[in-house]
Design a protein around this ligand. Structure first.
Ligand code: GLA
Length: 780
């Protein structure tokens, strides 16, 4: 088998021309040998005999030398995208080495001649020579804890989605333990994904103690880390700091809402503090819905950083059965020489084109009922909201929490989760009548659910008390309302129930267009009554396997249903969900000023079309801040615009503004939701202004936003420079969302070159607290 594989590798080398010269000398000898036989008749038999023996000897020595050379020289695997190169080396019997990752290299020799090669193990394992970080650590069936992987084959192919895949097949040198390490490259967005498949044919279970998706070494000293952290109502706060000696971990062990305290995404700037549009930046995100850890370790050498990304194994030791395949989540990474902005644009493009369900679609403008009526849902209140929203151009109405529960009406957060039947007291005519009303108003209809949960006061819990996550011998810790519990998604009966929540609603009301899928509790009781006692450490992993299986079933049956991802706000902002979810509720904090921070953070990794951004009442319900309607709309229009209030609470003037703004958003929606983002002024820059713009990939249209958070007279004003335009094209500038459409800014209707707008910028000085400007730029 080994000989066959060596032959295969050998033939590949010929195809690659890597050993062409050696091959030529080999063929030369062979040809001489044949020539000799041809001439054999003209030489004496004894002479011919000697000559044949001599040639045979040379031939054998040559084959021997060639095979030694082959096993000593590693083959290079160049995984390229439009602007990046990832170079790996391996050959049969050797480890895979991570040689280089960075800007595209046209001549590999330059990597070596400039000492840019790293040459670290691309998937280091615990046990032998493992003083560095490790990606994989196991306990074999016989108690041995070592692994030493060697390549036995490499496969290369193109997937149907256009991604080019490299599959490195590795086996331990002693045990029948196998690792398949995958790299998948997407050319158009400079993104590479990596993950592994782990399996074995040992006699008994092998315990996986650590099983990361990726190990990325970085060779550079002046490194800075950017990442998101926060909590309820303050999601996706951006933190930026130097990477010093020691160990830093971004992690989340919530179990269910695994993006609140830390998002599984980061950027590492390789040349000093990260800048927006210049500098070398590596960005990554772990596409996994469960608990994770991203470690950044700078220990032995000041110029070496080790990044290890994967499932948090500490709380999830996994017992791998013989022949079972454990697939680690995908780690998605990119590299840009255009600073953080370049990394964001790459990830946005990848997300829209390859990961987010319906990622290339534009989204409807919706009104969500939550902040308008909270739990006080009834037919009349819903009708009034729908009519009010329709009058100002709304496209979709979503009925939030409070619509369900028959035996126990859902009047607050203490009851009824699990009882997904309409509350007849509140909605005697049922969901059908609501959809009729939406359609009378030319709108689509959506509905809120929280299917993974229950309350102790619910018919579901009364019937199935064993369906919740809890320890058998303890009173379970409860969540919202002092009664909420998480259902056990490891249990197939619970999975069926969760599938049926969606299925039953859709069967009874096929005209439901949208669902808001919420999850308002952590896994507070880390124990499953379904899993065997000796497999409790599988809980966090099995929960998410169960959840993903249900999502797959739902999507197989309802591919077009639009589903919003929500978890007490933005607690599940994570690419692992997006093959099944279309967008994300960014935060329960709808204060426009706070949203400048939250949306700025989100925008580092996630595109505008998943960023649900709603105009709510003033004073704001979370912060009490009074914010003008224009500022509220302008902020919401930087993402997927919606509303979260009673339209009837708008004054006449505000209503007229809202109507114009909604109409305007419809026209700029493709630019905002599908365009390239340029962050111009960060809310973290302790300056009064915040600014960003979206530009179409063709650079023929752009939308520019400028916000003034506070006003202090006599402050120095700078020209507002733009980015991402075509320097050689002229742009017609139009003001959008003007408070008074008859009195626009002096720049209205002027034509300015892209070069001037980017090099000089515009003098746009806003002389008021909480004022803002939106401009559209149209190439001439
Ligand atoms: C969560 C969501 C809110 C709303 C409520 C309803 O907090 O984030 O938007 O849906 O639940 O209970």
């Amino acid at each position: 088998m080994n000989v066959l594989l060596k032959c295969k590798t050998f033939l590949k080398k010929i195809a690659n021309g890597l050993f062409f010269r050696r091959m030529w000398s080999f063929f030369d000898i062979f040809l001489n040998f044949v020539r000799l036989i041809m001439r054999g008749l003209s030489v004496s038999p004894a002479e011919m005999h000697i000559k044949i023996l001599l040639y045979m000897k040379r031939l054998l020595l040559s084959i021997l030398a060639l095979s030694c050379a082959l096993s000593a020289m590693a083959e290079k695997y160049e995984i390229t995208t439009k602007n990046t190169t990832l170079l790996l080396e391996t050959s049969v019997g050797r480890r895979v080495e991570f040689v280089y990752y960075g800007p595209k290299v046209n001549n590999q020799d330059e990597i070596y001649s400039t000492s840019s090669q790293i040459r670290w193990n691309a998937y280091p394992c615990f046990g032998i020579n493992c003083t560095c970080e490790h990606a994989l650590a196991v306990t074999h069936a016989n108690g041995d804890v070592s692994l030493q992987l060697a390549t036995y084959d490499v496969k290369q192919y193109t997937d149907p989605d256009g991604g080019r895949v490299w599959e490195f097949l590795l086996k331990d040198r002693v045990f029948p333990f196998y690792v398949k390490q995958f790299y998948k490259a997407y050319d158009d967005c400079d993104v590479i994904k990596t993950w592994t498949e782990l399996s074995h044919t040992e006699k008994k279970v092998v315990v996986l103690n650590k099983f990361a998706s990726a190990y990325i070494p970085v060779k550079s000293g002046d490194l800075y880390l950017s990442y998101l952290a926060g909590g309820w109502s303050a999601e996706a706060q951006l933190f930026e700091e130097p990477i010093l000696r020691g160990r830093k971990t971004i992690g989340n062990h919530d179990g269910a809402r695994t993006s609140f305290n830390g998002n599984p995404s980061f950027m590492v700037s390789l040349d000093g503090p990260a800048r927006e549009n210049t500098g070398n930046v590596l960005g990554g995100t772990l596409s996994y819905t469960g608990n994770y850890d991203l470690s950044f370790v700078k220990d032995g050498n000041a110029n070496h950083l080790e990044i290890v990304a994967g499932i948090n194994a500490e709380l999830s030791q996994y017992y791998l059965e013989p022949k079972e395949v454990f697939t680690t989540p995908e780690f998605v990474f990119t590299y840009s020489t255009e600073g953080k902005g370049g990394v964001s644009r790459n990830l946005h493009r990848w997300g829209r084109n390859y990961q987010i369900l319906g990622g290339t679609d534009t989204r409807d403008i919706l009104l969500n009922s939550w902040e308008g009526v909270y739990f006080k849902v009834n037919q009349e209140a819903m009708n009034t909201m729908m009519q009010g929203f329709a009058e100002i151009g709304g496209e979709l109405f979503v009925m939030d929490d409070g619509w369900f529960g028959d035996k126990y009406p859902r009047d607050n957060g203490e009851t009824s989760l699990g009882d997904w039947v309409v509350c007849k007291k509140k909605l005697p005519e049922g969901i059908g009548a609501l959809i009729d009303e939406a359609e009378r108003n030319n709108m689509k209809f959506g509905i809120w659910i929280e299917p993974e949960m229950t309350n102790t006061k619910s018919e579901l819990y009364e019937k199935h008390p064993d369906w919740v996550l809890r320890q058998p011998d303890r009173e379970p810790a409860k969540g919202r309302g002092g009664t909420q519990l998480v259902l056990d998604m490891c249990n197939p009966a619970v999975q069926d129930h969760v599938f049926k929540v969606v299925d039953d609603l859709m069967q009874a009301n096929p005209r439901i267009y949208y669902m808001k899928w919420d999850a308002n509790m952590s896994i507070a009781n880390a124990s499953s009554l379904y899993l065997p006692k000796d497999r409790q450490s599988h809980l966090y992993i099995e929960y998410h396997r169960g959840l993903m299986d249900v999502c797959r079933r739902i999507r197989a049956k309802y591919p077009d249903l639009v589903i919003q991802l929500c978890a007490s706000g933005g607690g599940r902002l994570n690419y692992g969900f997006f093959p099944y979810f279309n967008e994300c509720w960014s935060s329960d904090n709808t204060d426009a000023v706070q949203r400048l921070y939250i949306q700025h953070g989100m925008s580092h990794f996630y595109p505008a079309n998943i960023m649900a951004s709603h105009v709510s009442a003033s004073p704001n319900h979370q912060t009490g801040r009074v914010v003008p309607i224009k500022f509220r709309f302008d902020v919401a229009m930087t993402g997927r615009l919606g509303m979260e209030m009673k339209p009837s609470a708008l004054s006449e003037k505000e209503r007229a503004f809202a109507k114009r703004a909604i109409e305007t958003y419809k026209s700029i929606r493709p630019v905002v939701q599908q365009g390239d983002l340029y962050r111009l002024m960060s809310p973290y820059d302790k300056k009064p202004y915040v600014s960003l713009m979206y530009v179409t990939p063709e650079k023929d249209r752009a939308v520019y936003f400028l916000f003034r958070r506070h006003f202090i007279k006599d402050e120095w004003e700078e020209p507002r420079k733009m980015e991402g335009l075509d320097p050689d094209r002229n742009y017609l500038v139009r003001e959008l969302n003007a408070e008074n459409p008859d009195k626009k800014l002096p720049i209205e209707g002027k034509v300015v070159s892209g070069r001037f707008l980017m090099q000089n910028g515009l003098r746009l000085n806003l002389g008021k607290d909480l004022s803002s400007v939106v401009l559209e730029l149209i190439a001439q």
